[in-house]
Design a protein around this ligand. Structure first.
Ligand SMILES: Cc1cc2nc3c(=O)[nH]c(=O)nc-3n(C[C@H](O)[C@H](O)[C@H](O)COP(=O)(O)OP(=O)(O)OC[C@H]3O[C@@H](n4cnc5c(N)ncnc54)[C@H](O)[C@@H]3O)c2cc1C
Length: 429
């Protein structure tokens, strides 16, 4: 029998959860709110690099957001987070070059706090929530929901609620799928982003001096994503399939600006969106198979190849990886020098390579032989549940939001989704 009860429960202390929590405390002063997170320290994606984009459609999946709607919520996010928008220079030249190649460079309002800056911001925001009477329980994991009796089962207890927001991020992808099966919520997950992470010397991609995270869009749904520079690093994220196979996706981040720690490198993802139609396949299953195959080829590690080797059609080896022209060390050392073309579906590789060549024409230098291509970088696009209303309600009193639920693809979009969900929760509390 559940003894604890709250008017509103928020699962996940990432930006979606925070957006909802701040909106609830501001609009409903007297309600009891519990925020839980399975991690013992509040993590959430804001502690990864923490670049924030304040321009539609970056981070806002267009099936759920119109530009007007997104802008309305972005104003609220901006009021709360008070970003210092970075200036951009010389953009027109790059935009014109891109246009000539049937590509585009979006102009985005952007700021960057860095991984360390993001952590400080999270701490400040959580302190503020606690001061405003939100109960925070870290190290508590949501396991399942009894939708009829409105009870949340966690690894510690059962809790009654009037309304609940589930915002577990991308890492909660499988948890959300299990919940949707339990609660009988129809969903699709037929889209996935697959690609590489590119790492090079700053002088080979100087555009980042003018535009911190340049958003290029190329034909065939290929785009640049999540550019990091300064004290920038490629990292690997561990995933496990339901069968227990381990695989890794690469990713990237940078610390806040500190000239003494600058490693002179830039990294960014070049991703292709793949959408399955007939027969409708699961993006997650497809991505997992690719991830496991790459891990098999790399002896349990992600793969990396110098552009110089790739162009010559030969694999990079440990012995060739630091040859002559290959004059910088990879920031992710725990990676296997290899041949990415053996692991990547040819259609995806073809489009990505075509986009890399266009990018090299727009910003000459990126295809320097020393540039490293890491594989795989995979973004599970998210589950697409069948939402009952505009507030991402999936069952009476139960709401989903954030990257795992497909309502966002970035910090500001997640925060905005949380606010939008909280406006639906308002009716129950
Ligand atoms: C390396 C990296 C770099 C990134 N860089 C950027 C960037 O620079 N800019 C940008 O806009 N976006 C970036 N992103 C994406 C960004 O982090 C996400 O878009 C955003 O955090 C999504 O917010 P969310 O609230 O949906 O989920 P999250 O921020 O992932 O938060 C979900 C929270 O839920 C918790 N949780 C999960 N399951 C459970 C459960 N069962 N019970 C309880 N708690 C649970 C998790 O511990 C986590 O704290 C990056 C992501 C990564 C991985």
């Amino acid at each position: 029998m559940a003894t604890d009860r709250y008017d509103a429960i928020i699962v996940g202390s990432g930006p979606a959860g925070m957006g909802a929590a701040f909106s609830l405390v501001e609009n409903k002063k007297d309600i009891s709110i519990l925020m839980i997170d399975k991690s013992p320290v509040s993590t959430g994606g804001m502690r990864n690099d923490c670049k924030m984009n304040f321009t539609f459609p970056i981070g806002f999946p267009e099936e759920y957001w119109t530009e007007d709607e997104a802008n309305k919520y972005l104003d609220i996010v901006s009021d709360k987070l008070k970003p210092r928008i970075f200036p951009k220079e010389n953009i027109k030249t790059y935009q014109e070059r891109a246009k000539r190649l049937d590509s585009s460079l979006l102009e985005i309002k952007q700021t960057h706090l860095g991984t360390d800056g993001g952590l400080s911001l999270i701490k400040e925001l959580l302190k503020e929530l606690e001061r405003r009477n939100v109960t925070l329980s870290l190290g508590e994991e949501a396991l399942s929901i009894d939708g009829n009796n409105r009870i949340l089962h966690t690894n510690k207890r059962d809790i009654l609620f009037k309304s609940i927001l589930i915002a577990p991020g991308r890492q909660g992808f499988s948890f959300l799928q299990d919940l949707m099966h339990e609660l009988d919520i129809p969903y699709m997950d037929n889209i996935v982003d697959i690609g590489i992470r590119v790492e090079t010397r700053l002088e080979h991609y100087p555009i980042v001096k003018d535009y911190y995270d340049p958003k290029f869009y190329f034909p065939e749904k290929v785009r640049t994503f999540c550019t990091n520079s300064g004290n920038a690093h490629v990292v690997k994220e561990k995933y496990q399939t339901k069968r227990g196979d381990i695989w890794y996706s690469v990713n990237g981040h940078a610390y806040s600006k500190d000239e003494k720690k600058d490693n002179g490198l830039v990294n960014f993802a070049m991703l292709k969106t793949v959408k399955f139609t007939e027969p409708l396949a699961s993006g997650q299953d497809f991505a997992e198979h690719l991830g496991v195959m790459a891990a098999m080829m790399g002896g349990g590690k992600p793969l990396m190849q110098r552009v110089g080797d790739f162009r010559m059609g030969r694999r990079s080896k440990l012995s060739t990886f630091n040859d002559d022209l290959y004059d910088f060390e990879p920031s992710l050392r725990d990676c296997c020098p290899s041949d990415i073309s053996l692991a990547m579906p040819s259609k995806i590789l073809r489009y990505i390579w075509a986009a890399m060549k266009k990018l090299d024409t727009i910003v000459p230098g990126i295809l320097h032989p020393s540039t490293i291509m890491y594989y795989p970088e995979i973004k599970l696009y998210a589950n697409k549940p069948q939402y009952l209303d505009n507030h991402f309600q999936v069952k009476e009193g139960i709401f989903f939001a954030g990257d795992g639920a497909g309502t966002s693809r970035g910090i500001t979009g997640a925060w905005a989704s949380g606010i939008r969900a909280s406006e639906g929760m308002d009716e129950y509390v």
